[in-house]
Design a protein around this ligand. Structure first.
Ligand code: ADP
Ligand code: MG
Ligand code: MG
Length: 270
């Protein structure tokens, strides 16, 4: 196979927007890695270059069992190589797409890990902003690893109002305050995305979905606008007996987004 520095490249593990992620073995230690390969000519666009710099800068400071580790960055004339911790179980997305929802026990365990990883990032001032099933990987030991910090935000990205203003993320996972153009807190918007992930983990379905983007974007906004109305999410949680597992009552209906994180985490202890 092809070689990059002291790494022997193997099969493709995943396709990203700007390149591939390949399996790699260190030639001396025989240790496994995942290398995210970015084509320089495809990332020349200034915004994307900034995004990749940010992804690297962010990942370098994050060291947590539930966050993918970045070990080193190599570069050739045409490519950038991010040497990452190899996660052998693939995306949580594929796991649920092929085998369906997780058991309550397994779901609780993985979700606790997700929240641990996300809380750690927030404590470091990092907001992920692209949390979704495709960016949550599982390893053989059935532990989750959060990856893909390309859209992450750091304290220096906060505006004078202390909020973030860039609308980004995946349509199915985006929080209403991100869509509403009034500025948002990255911690609470990440937490919304975690809530969507939890819903999918336990039901096998996305809580907000539509082929028409305008209709899809309206769904979380409707929930936020009318906090009294029984929401899709709350109904589904009740349907699967969630209240016995996590007390999330009112979580998604809460108008005050600053409350969201507190409720979410304080109700999680087993
Ligand atoms: P993008 O920013 O383009 O979405 P990602 O960083 O999310 O790229 O990587 C794309 C895909 O590659 C992931 O969804 C996953 O399937 C795979 N992948 C990424 N990092 C790893 C890793 N460390 N170990 C195993 N597979 C990975
Ligand atoms: Mg991704
Ligand atoms: Mg990305």
């Amino acid at each position: 196979g092809m070689r990059v520095g002291k790494y022997e490249l193997g099969r493709t593990l995943g396709e990203g927007n700007f390149g591939k992620v390949k399996f790699a073995k260190h030639t001396d230690s025989a240790q496994s890695f995942a290398i995210k390969i970015l084509e320089k000519n495809r990332i020349q666009d200034l915004r994307i270059t900034d995004q990749i710099k940010r992804e690297i800068r962010t990942l370098k400071v994050l060291k947590h069992p539930n966050v993918v580790r970045l070990y080193e960055v190599l570069a050739s004339k045409t490519k950038i190589y991010m040497v990452l911790e190899y996660v052998n179980g693939g995306e949580l997305f594929d796991r649920i797409a092929s085998k369906g929802k997780l058991s309550e026990t397994q779901g609780r365990k993985l979700f606790q890990q997700l929240i641990d990883g996300v809380s750690y990032c927030h404590d470091k001032g990092v907001f992920h902003r692209d949390l979704k099933l495709e960016n949550v990987l599982i390893d053989g030991g059935r532990n989750i690893k959060i990856t893909d910090f390309g859209l992450s935000a750091l304290p220096q990205h906060l505006r004078d109002d202390g909020l973030l203003h860039t609308t980004c993320g995946s349509p199915n996972y985006v929080a209403p305050e991100v869509l509403s153009n009034r500025g948002y807190n990255g911690a609470t918007s990440d937490t919304w995305s975690c809530g969507v992930i939890l819903y999918v983990i336990l039901t096998g379905f996305l809580p907000f979905d539509d082929r028409n983007l305008a209709v899809l974007y309206q769904k979380p906004l409707d929930i936020e606008r009318d906090p009294e109305s029984p929401s899709l999410i709350n109904n589904a949680f009740q349907l699967i007996g969630m209240s016995s597992c996590f007390d999330l009552s009112g979580f998604f209906e809460n108008e005050d987004v600053s409350e969201r994180k507190i409720r979410f985490t304080s109700n999680l202890s087993p």
